[in-house]
Design a protein. Structure first.
Length: 125
C-alpha cells in the first residue's frame, strides 16, 4: 500500500463505506447504474431464503437462478442470539454448484465482480 504524499489525505474505513453506500444510492436514484448497482445495495454478503422449488444445479457451464427472499438478522432480547427476519424484498440468485439447492432454506450468498449474486453455501442435512 502506498502512503499518501504531501497534500493527499486518507479517510477512515467507516467513512469510505458510507461514501460507497451514498454513491450507490445516487446511482440507483438517478439512473446511472453500473452492472453491480442493484446487488451492491445489499453488500457483498447476503442471507436469502430460497423458493420452495429450490435452485437447479449447474449443468456443464450453464448456471440457473431463482428469485429468493432477502433476509436480515435482527437482535433479540437474549444476549448472543439473533433472529432471521424475511423481508418483502426479492433478489435473483444463481447456483454455480453441480448440486441443486434445497427449497425453503436460508443460504448465504456472495457477489461476483460482474454483479451476479450466487449461493456460497447450503446447510448440511
Amino acid at each position: 500500500m502506498k502512503m499518501p504524499t504531501k497534500g493527499q489525505k486518507t479517510i477512515p474505513l467507516d467513512q469510505w463505506r458510507r461514501f460507497v453506500r451514498v454513491a450507490d444510492w445516487w446511482d440507483r436514484t438517478f439512473g446511472h447504474k453500473t452492472p453491480v448497482s442493484d446487488n451492491a445495495a445489499y453488500g457483498r454478503d447476503l442471507l436469502v431464503k430460497t423458493p420452495s422449488a429450490g435452485i437447479d444445479a449447474r449443468s456443464g457451464t450453464t448456471i440457473y437462478s431463482a428469485t429468493c427472499t432477502v433476509c436480515i438478522l435482527a437482535d433479540t432480547a437474549t444476549a448472543g442470539q439473533r433472529q432471521i427476519v424475511e423481508t418483502d424484498s426479492e433478489i435473483t440468485v444463481y447456483n454455480i454448484y453441480p448440486d441443486a439447492v434445497t427449497g425453503s432454506v436460508y443460504v448465504p450468498t456472495g457477489l461476483m465482480a460482474d454483479g451476479t449474486r450466487y449461493v456460497t453455501g447450503e446447510p448440511c442435512s
